[in-house]
Every structure is written in structure tokens, then in C-alpha cells.
Design a protein around this ligand. Sequence first.
Ligand code: GLY
Length: 404
Amino acid sequence: MKQKMKSVKYLARIVFFILISTISCKKTDPMQEVISKSFDVIEQQALGMAEYLDDKEGRLPRSYVKEKDEIITSDSRWWCSGFFPGVLWYLYEYTGDPGHMGWAEKYSARVEKEKYNTYDHDIGFQIYCSIGNGYRLTGREDYRDVMVVAGKSALERYNPDLGVIRSWDSNRQKWQYPVIIDNMMNLELLMWNFDHTMEQKFRDVAVSHADKTLEHHFRPDNSSYHVVSYDTLTGLPHVKQTHQGAFDESIWARGNVWGLYGYVVMYRETNLERYLDQATAIANLLIDHPNMPEDGIPYWDYLAPEIPDALRDASAGAIMASALIELSTLTEGELSQKYLSMAEKQLTTLASPEYLAEPGTNGFFVLKRSVGHLPGNSEVDVPLTYADYYFVEALLRYKTLKGW
Ligand code: GLY
């Protein structure tokens, strides 16, 4: 009898031990900590920003000058106008709080008129990140209508003879028809329109643009040029240069991660293997490059002459993490694990005090230390609204992937 009691007690101890370890394992998963700690900051900063701008008619956040404690804002025409409404939508997705939805609706309304933007290629950033997220989360019919109008506006910049969407109407004499690698990010708006209207033109234009970019923007090592300008008579590139990178043949970090993100989207939307091949080739280049820092946040340019003292670009790290999380779901085995591990590292670094703001500081932006346009001496080592947007998106993507 004594022996039986002993075994029961022993068994009970084992069961108790397993239960405690399971509970404490769940509690201490490092990525769960990263996500919840980051969202605490995101909520406080985004609400602080929403309240600060509330009475500033039509204004949206752009950056922050620490020395003057000044929040820099823009109107809806700036290419980044959709990112803050997008952050609010993602915050609402995380919390389910109707108050957060109210703010998201309010700031999305400030961007809506950009549905008519035909003056540059940035309509995808402006409308997809704001109203597109709003439609995804609410199903509002008026948001759907905005997305369709925006898709049609985006088509206006497509030249069927060249097969690409024009990026800038620049008066820079050196470019006849400039297309920047960033433009890959606007194809998601076109593919959304194809999915929702079944009008073939949206898909045809997106595929043509992605194919031409594949043909002309990439070097043999799969790094990309920033600007390719097409000769409007021959239809061929007449110049390949940089605008925001260190030099023409350099690897400007954000441009290259825009390309990565864009081909991940195009593979998800079309199932065309060539886009998956390009996405994995870019990812491998950026992850395995000898100048990729150990903590996963790229220098602003992979070939910046001042490496190892070059500035890091948090925005490139955040965009890359978000793209890699999705790419990990489209690949298998070791490759998939490689992409997810890098994204985990990047999110962990971005959630450290080096990059994540103390609530109430940093002009209500979430992340510090991004580089906008270093050669133009503009927005260098500052918070930027797109760094915040893709950081929040990546955290949510990771959470969804894990089913938390
Ligand atoms: N042109 C968008 C960017 O600076 O990444």
C-alpha cells in the first residue's frame, strides 16, 4: 500500500512538473515577448500621434527632428501618407478596440483623395496601406470603391510599348522614362484589383512590369539598380543609376528589400515560379552578404564606403523581416527556416532599446534610426513612418504564422 502511494505521488509530481514547464515555456517564448512588448509601445506611440495631429487638418506624420523636438508632417500627396493610417489599422487588428478603428478611419479619410493620384507611382503605398487594410478588416463598400478607383489611376501610368509603369514625371533631363525598383511595391494594388474585379488588365500590367523589371533591373548577383530609365523609342534601358544609394553599382538596402517584398507578393498572387526564384535569390543575397551585420539590420547601403561605421537603416530591416516571414510560408525545409530565423533576429533587434522608442519620446514614432535619402542629406538617422508600418506588419505576420 505504502509503495502504491509512493508511485501515485511520484506520478503526480511528474504531471505537475510537465504542466509547469508547459505553462512557463509558453510564457517565455522570446518572440511572444518581442511582440507584446512592441505592441505596448506601438499602442502608446500611435495614440499619442493620433491625438497630437487630431486638430491639424489633413496632416499626416512623416518624421521627427530630435534636436528641435519637432514632428515633421505632410499632406496626403507625400508618398508616405498611407503608412500611419496603416499602423492604426494594424493596431486595431491586434487589439480589436473600436476606438483604434475610429482613429484608423479618421486618418484613412485624410489620404482617400490620393485615389486620383496619377502624378507618380506611389498610389499603391498611399491607398493600399491605408484604405486597403481598412477594407480587409471592415469590408466597407466605400473602401472597396476607393481601391478600384486607385487601381484605375495606377494603370494610367503604364506605357504598353515599354511594358512598365513610369515612376517619376521628373524634369531631370537624364531620364526619359524612369522606373525605380520601389515601383514593385505598387503591384499589390493592381493584383488586389484583379482579384476583386476580375478585369484582366490589372494582372497583365502587373505581370508585364514585374517581368520587365526582372529583365532589366538586376545584376548577375541579383542585387538591383535603383533607377532604370527606358529609351522611349527603342524600349530599352538607356541608363541604369542610383538616386538614393551610395553609387550607381551599389546595393542600396531599401531599394533591394522593396524588390524582395515585391517579388514575394507577385509569387503569392500569380504562382509564377520565376517570381519565387527571384525572391529567394534576393533574400539569399541580402542575408548571406558579408556586409550584413550580425544583428540583421542592414547598413543603409550594403556597399557604403563608410562600413563598418555606416548608418543602419531600420526601415530596410523592418521591410525585409516582413517579406521574409511571408517568404518562409512559400518555401520549405531549411530555406524556409533560414528566412524565418533571419526575420526573428531582425524583429528582436528592432524591439531592443537601440531601435524601439521609449513611449512618449521619438515624436510618437515607434522606431528610431532609419535613413531616407542620405546622398540628398534628407531624413538621415531619424524615425520614418514606413519603418513603423512594416515593423508592425511583420510582428502581426509572425503572430498569425504561429497562431498566437
Ligand atoms: N522612394 C521610396 C524610398 O525612399 O524608399
